[in-house]
Design a protein around this ligand. Structure first.
Ligand code: HMG
Ligand code: MG
Length: 299
């Protein structure tokens, strides 16, 4: 396979990036982040998560965020909805797209969403049905595709099986999460090859966390396989509350710099994105984990 000519970035900073922050972040800051990301050219922004506020307190203002967004033409603002309760609340806020999230690991599924993989798929079916009625597209996540914090190695065949189940159920895209960032390029390539035998390549997205510093290398490997949708988080913010020690997603700035160098179009203004990374990390008192962001801000 050759590299894709264009890549769509799914910016998960406002959700994955912020969900694990211990100190409350006010809604206005989240809304300004979403606004700045849209202004930098991101066309898909995961803005909130309709999960239990007891489980993930940082996302408790999901309604205020979803309703407060100044919507830009051509930008999709999505939210996580693990069950019907979450979906109904999101629909009330005028969400145009949602995501369900499962896992290739039984233990992670239990810790993250309190049910088995099979039960999670049963829960998602009515979410997809209701979303279809409401004309809302559904994205599907699979976590732990390159390793699990509880089970260790995960078989690519298991990732392919869960991905196929989500795709067959009606998820228009399946995002493959290296939740704990332990993957390496050859492993990533083999995993993608296994999944692409069950789900078309142009329906797959790479969602790689950078805990072990391998995310960009892994992305290069799967871009070469033909993956053309990449999830990333401005300034590399983030981590999953149910994967101890897992750090943020690959930084959006670093991905854009890589794509620019490969001559792959993303439509994103790198300077505006880097300025957004500088601003949000200062606003929430976090280090900027984008090397490109730090380098550009030093100029
Ligand atoms: P449960 O306890 O099994 O569900 O939670 P339940 O139906 O028994 O409900 C328990 C309580 O939660 C009830 O409240 C419900 O009302 C409430 P109570 O009666 O105790 O006061 N509840 C809700 N509240 C708000 N919104 C909802 C909702 N549903 C139930 N939608 C549930 C199941 C999934 C809700 C729970 O386990 C949960 O919220 N988990 C949080 C999972 C999460 O957000 N994880 C992080 C995101 S996933 C991720 O980061 C990975 C990803 O980035 C990809 C990757 O990197 O791999 C996507
Ligand atoms: Mg994630």
């Amino acid at each position: 396979m050759a590299f894709p000519q264009t890549v769509r970035l799914v910016e998960v900073g406002p959700r994955d990036g912020l969900q694990n922050e211990p100190e409350p972040i006010n809604t206005a800051t989240k809304l300004e982040l979403i606004e700045r990301l849209g202004a930098a050219g991101l066309t898909y922004i995961e803005a909130a998560s309709f999960v239990s506020p007891k489980w993930v307190p940082q996302m408790a203002d999901h309604r205020e965020v979803m309703q407060g967004i100044r919507r830009r033409k051509g930008v999709t603002y999505s939210a996580l909805t693990p069950n019907l309760k979450g979906l109904e609340a999101a629909l009330e806020c005028g969400v145009e797209e949602v995501a369900v999230f499962g896992a290739a690991s039984e233990a992670f599924s239990q810790k993250n969403i309190n049910c088995s993989v099979a039960e999670s798929l049963e829960r998602f079916a009515p979410v997809l049905e209701r979303a279809r009625e409401a004309n809302v597209r559904v994205r599907g996540y699979v976590s732990c595709v390159l390793g699990c914090p509880y089970e260790g190695e995960i078989a690519p065949a298991k990732v392919a099986e869960v991905s196929k189940a989500l795709y067959d159920m009606g998820c228009y895209e399946v995002s493959l999460g290296d939740t704990i960032g332990t993957g390496t390029p050859l492993k990533a390539k083999r995993m993608i090859e296994a999944v692409a035998r069950e789900v078309p390549m142009d329906r797959l997205a790479a969602h790689f966390h950078d805990t072990y510093g391998q995310a960009l290398a892994n992305l290069y490997a799967v871009l070469e396989e033909g993956v053309a949708v990449i999830d990333s988080s401005v300034a590399g913010l983030g981590g999953c509350p149910y994967a101890k020690g897992a750090s943020g997603n690959v930084a959006s700035e670093d991905v854009v710099y890589l794509l620019d160098g490969l001559g792959i179009q993303s439509g994103i203004d790198l300077d505006a994105l880097a300025a957004t990374g500088t601003w949000i990390t200062q606003a929430i008192g976090r280090p900027n984990r984008s090397k490109v962001g730090v380098a550009l801000s030093a100029q």
